[in-house]
Design a protein around this ligand. Structure first.
Ligand code: TYC
Length: 117
């Protein structure tokens, strides 16, 4: 939740001020929701070569060799691995490009996205 930078003050409800300075409450108004980030998730399969997965992670997600290998092995062992989070359109574009790249070489490599909680 984002809150407006500006705020205003009000008298406490039902307050009779008399001569005393009025007690003031600060009211902060919620303005805009921060858009949710989306996870890109790598899904394991039995056919795509490990090297190929590692190359795609390096090319599409800017990972170094070691990180790409770790992520690939996590998906291999556990079935899935969260790669990174992005704005929704960026996450979807990257997941689609990476999945299409596998398809182009005849592999069932799959990347999905889902919103963060
Ligand atoms: N399980 C694949 C194999 O043994 C390698 C692999 C890892 C494929 C991760 C997809 O997301 C994946 N060749």
């Amino acid at each position: 939740m984002m809150y407006a930078i500006s705020s205003h003050t009000t008298r406490a409800a039902g307050q009779d001020t008399g001569n005393a300075p009025p007690k003031r409450k600060t009211v902060t108004t919620p303005k805009v929701e921060r858009p949710k980030l989306h996870k890109v998730i790598l899904i394991n399969d039995d056919y795509t070569p490990r090297d190929f997965v590692t190359q795609v992670l390096k090319a599409e997600f800017g990972m170094g060799e070691d990180r790409a290998y770790q992520v690939m092995m996590t998906a291999h062992r556990k079935g899935v691995c969260v790669i990174a989070v992005y704005q929704r359109d960026v996450a979807e574009t990257k997941a689609t490009r990476a999945t299409d790249y596998g398809k182009k070489f005849g592999f069932p490599l799959m990347f999905t996205t889902e919103p963060e909680e």
